[in-house]
Design a binder for this molecule. Structure first.
Ligand code: PMP
Length: 359
């Protein structure tokens, strides 16, 4: 089978080993004679799958018992309102670091439930950098940030330090488990699965247990974190296949040397592309050097026609998904954990060739 280099921002490339193991289990989970998607979520075989996925996740990120690991639905976009619905109220303020379109969307939802203080924003330069200074409110209900800005190709080097005692809430959709993370510094970490963790349709939420109990108990059951925590994410029918696949991805990351191993690989993988961009006279990286993402590399030629020509020629050569997000244009190479390093060097060779002919 001819698999092309898939630079899609998400759903994105998954590890071949994971896909192969998933394929085998699609017809029969282990020796049960029933495919993984066909098992009842309440039956022993699938409960074992879910428990294993949670155990793999806890091991990978060294997550203590002070945190619940939840497998939810509705994407990161549902967390944009579930977080404030549970932790914010009209008499409280939450602080948001606005570093891209997804943070802005999170702010919009939070305003439905309480006050929002924009602690910093990089919108003045079209989100091409991560602000260095934040202006926090007094005792915010929480501090929310987006660790990696998928559309603009910027990434926090490390988590921001909010006011003491304010839970840190992170939308880690596009860089979760791409590097070590000290979970104990966070109140909530959430991520849609479809970039670094597996198939779309599943959202991973890691939440400190004391925060679960802070949520109002008069919300619809599905919107309360406690419902999912008290029912091992099986209050309703969970996305069983997604949980199975995510468990395999956790195991695969462990085999890559865990989070430290995968971080090293990701840094080495992005380097040739950024190095080439820095030396190119045709292409230019759009993010400030100190804010660059190792997950989404955004670049332009400065000429929309040339960008379009590049994207079309690249596709013909087997480099798919390089078109930048419609709100910014240009190109974006999404190179999450599962993207192979040789795909990046092949892209750089192709860009060099394109530059020689079109520069
Ligand atoms: N946050 C970030 C950083 C994202 O990249 C995305 C999706 N690309 C979202 C949130 C929205 O995620 P979902 O589609 O899972 O709701």
């Amino acid at each position: 089978m001819n698999r092309v280099y898939n630079f899609s921002a998400g759903p994105a490339v998954m590890p071949v080993e994971v896909l192969e193991e998933a394929r085998e289990n699609m017809l029969s989970l282990g020796d049960t004679g029933i495919g993984v998607m066909e098992h009842s979520h309440r039956g022993k075989p699938f409960v074992a799958v879910a428990e294993q996925a949670e155990a793999n996740c806890r091991k990978l990120a060294n997550i203590s018992d002070d945190y619940a690991v939840l497998f939810l639905q509705g994407g990161a976009s549902t967390q944009f309102f579930t977080v404030p619905q549970n932790l914010l109220s009209k008499d409280k303020t939450a602080d948001y670091l606005v570093t891209g379109s997804w943070s802005k969307k999170a702010v919009k939802e939070a305003k439905l439930f309480g006050n929002v203080n924009i602690a910093c924003s990089s919108e003045d330069r079209n989100f091409c950098y991560i602000p260095k200074e934040c202006s926090y409110s007094d005792a915010p209900a929480y501090v929310h940030f987006t660790s990696n800005n998928t559309i603009f190709g910027t990434q926090f080097a490390t988590e921001p330090e909010g006011p003491a005692g304010a839970p840190l809430v992170c939308d880690a959709s596009s860089d979760i488990f791409s590097r070590p993370i000290d979970v104990s510094k966070y109140g909530i970490i959430y991520a849609g699965a479809q970039k670094n963790l597996g198939p779309s349709g599943l959202t991973l939420v890691i939440i400190r247990k004391d925060l679960i109990e802070q949520g109002p108990s008069d919300l619809p059951s599905m919107l309360q974190y406690r419902t999912h925590a008290n029912n091992d994410s099986m209050f309703n029918t969970p996305p069983t296949f997604g949980i199975f696949a995510m468990g395999l991805v956790f195991k695969w990351i462990e085999k890559q040397g865990g989070l430290a191993g995968v971080a090293q690989k990701n840094a080495a993988k992005a380097k040739p592309l950024y190095d080439y961009l820095d030396g190119s006279s045709l292409f230019k990286a759009t993010a400030d050097q100190d804010s660059r993402s190792l997950m989404n590399v955004c670049f332009v030629t400065g000429d929309a026609d040339k960008d379009a020509k590049f994207i079309a020629s690249a596709k013909e050569e087997g480099f798919d998904g390089l078109k930048g997000h419609r709100s910014v244009g240009g190109m974006r190479a999404s190179i999450y954990n599962a993207f192979p390093a040789e795909g990046v060097t092949a892209l750089v060779d192709f860009m060099r060739d394109f530059e020689a002919k079109n520069g």
